[in-house]
Design a protein around this ligand. Structure first.
Ligand code: ADP
Length: 489
């Protein structure tokens, strides 16, 4: 099968969060199974060019419609970890992809609908006809709309779209101007069963467009699939998703087990595996040395996260004080976009500046993240909502025990050491329900207590987590079944 991944992110060249990992992991697994997989991304100025091999010009003269004129683009191609990746380079006076970051500008809907339009224009201009375009998030929600409204008639009549929702917190709410910009009929599309936002009749909802016009819609865990259809986590799209139930389902993400493998990871101090678990102690020592913590018989509690309200900011902040009170050490690696959140953690960092048992690292640091998973004993993930969450799966693979709130994919992957109805050998962490300090403490307190009082049992929890199969093999098969189901034979 010929599958094109249309995406604003792909690890390691353009990653802001789990979406980048999703595209990389799923694509690699599909390619390993013998499918033709290609990825298409904007050519951001902030791309990790050092991770792209053999970048060459693929299509020099692409003209993408933009209001009543067209913008000149080039399409380049390169290899990213062996996968063929196209990059759309837009030569517009708006500098659409030259903003120093992937997201975060007021005109993001313009930037990414332009990208969506460029994908289809490129396919037609270069005579490519994928069986499946796998679109992701609101940034590519206009792809199936444009495909259906215009490009099937221009030769893409055998292409079908699978659309994955990674986070309903961002739906691409914008004005009808983006439809005009892309030459689409506003009157035809700004209606309740097409792109009109359910909560605001003046607004275009690009994610809704993607849902309505795609052949199949997925989200990243079965529990989140239920939550967004039946609770306010659907953020206004509950009804739309219930209406589309016949073409909607949850597929639990995997993790890329090549990138995330303690037995081969080049970014950690000592490689280790199930049978060589003492290797973890050497990573713990290396982590302490790197972050200036004292060497002492205490567990290390960690957080590795975007510092966004979705991630449970108050509880993350509280986990620092609580861990120190419980005689544990604490490390945080986090990046905040919102100034108010940034300020909270800068204050905390300053007040703990000389603390022998705590270190806060504010920013994004891929390599340090690896060492934290390898060196820490437990990781706290107190999310308000969590579509899937890769952090807990990565942590488990490194023998780092997750403490999570029972939401979304966290509930699908972490099973409480004391209260789960799973067999003992499948229990792999600690789970709490209430989004309160007491809720967090009820789980984190048990985890720290087990480490301090029953190290053998704690070791067993680590091993249970390391034994779980969270690879992409099973989810990739689920996606292949979906592609087979919708493709034109
Ligand atoms: P989300 O996509 O909502 O950010 P996920 O748990 O799905 O959350 O994925 C998070 C990914 O981003 C993981 O690979 C994690 O290691 C990584 N990550 C998050 N914050 C940081 C950071 N500050 N520095 C390095 N990696 C980070």
């Amino acid at each position: 099968m010929y599958i094109l991944m249309a995406t604003p992110e792909c690890a390691p060249v353009a990653k802001a969060g789990g979406l980048g990992d999703f595209v990389q992991g799923l694509s690699r697994e599909l390619a390993a199974q013998g499918h033709q997989v290609e990825i298409i991304l904007p050519k951001y100025d902030c791309l990790r060019y050092d991770r792209v091999e053999d970048m060459t010009l693929e299509h020099p003269d692409l003209w993408v419609p933009f209001f009543d004129r067209a913008v000149h683009c080039d399409v380049e191609v390169g290899l990213v970890d062996g996968l063929r990746c196209y990059f759309i380079d837009a030569h517009s006076e708006h500098g659409f992809f030259n903003r120093g970051a992937i997201y975060g500008d007021a005109d993001d809907p313009d930037r990414f609908t332009f990208f969506s339009h460029a994908i289809l224009e490129f396919l037609v201009a270069s005579g490519r006809c994928p069986d499946i375009i796998h679109c992701n998030e609101w940034q590519t929600g206009l792809v199936p709309v444009l495909l259906f409204e215009r490009y099937t008639a221009l030769g893409l009549d055998k292409t079908r779209v699978c659309y994955s929702l990674h986070n309903l917190g961002h739906q691409g709410w914008t004005t009808p101007k983006v439809l005009e910009m892309n030459g689409l009929d506003v009157g035809r599309l700004m209606v309740p069963d097409r792109l009109q936002d359910p909560g605001n009749p003046q607004a275009v909802n690009l994610m809704k467009g993607g849902i309505v016009f795609s052949n199949f819609v997925t989200t990243v865990s079965p529990r989140y699939a239920w939550e967004i259809q039946h609770t306010d986590q659907g953020m206004g799209l509950q009804g739309v998703l219930r209406d589309q139930d016949r073409k909607f389902g949850g597929v639990l993400n995997g993790i890329d087990t090549t990138t995330w493998n303690p037995a081969t990871d080049p970014f950690i101090a000592t490689n280790y595996a199930l049978e060589k678990l003492p290797g973890k102690a050497e990573n713990k020592a290396a982590l302490r040395e790197r972050l200036g913590l004292v060497d002492t018989p205490k567990p290390i509690v960690a957080v590795v996260s975007r510092l966004d309200r979705q991630k449970g900011i108050d509880l993350i902040r509280h986990s620092i004080d609580y861990s120190l009170q419980q005689d544990a050490q604490f490390v945080l690696l986090g990046s905040a976009q919102e100034p108010a959140i940034n300020a909270i953690f800068w204050d905390a960092k300053q007040s703990l500046a000389d603390h022998p048992d705590a270190h806060l690292e504010l920013g994004y640091d891929e390599e340090l993240a690896h060492l934290i998973y390898a060196g820490a004993d437990m990781i706290v993930i107190p999310s308000v909502y969590e579509p899937c969450g890769l952090t807990q799966m990565i942590a488990m693979r490194y023998g780092c025990v997750p403490i999570v709130r029972r939401v979304g994919g966290l509930a699908d992957t972490v099973f409480d050491a004391n209260y789960s109805d799973r067999p003992y050998e499948e229990r792999n962490g600690y789970v709490f329900d209430e989004l309160t300090f007491e809720g967090l403490e009820s789980a984190l307190g048990r985890a720290i207590g087990l480490w301090q009082q029953h190290p053998d049992h704690f070791r067993q929890l680590r091993l249970n987590g390391m034994r779980m199969d969270n690879s992409w093999a099973r989810p990739a098969q689920d996606y292949l079944n979906i592609y087979q189901h919708i493709r034109v034979r």
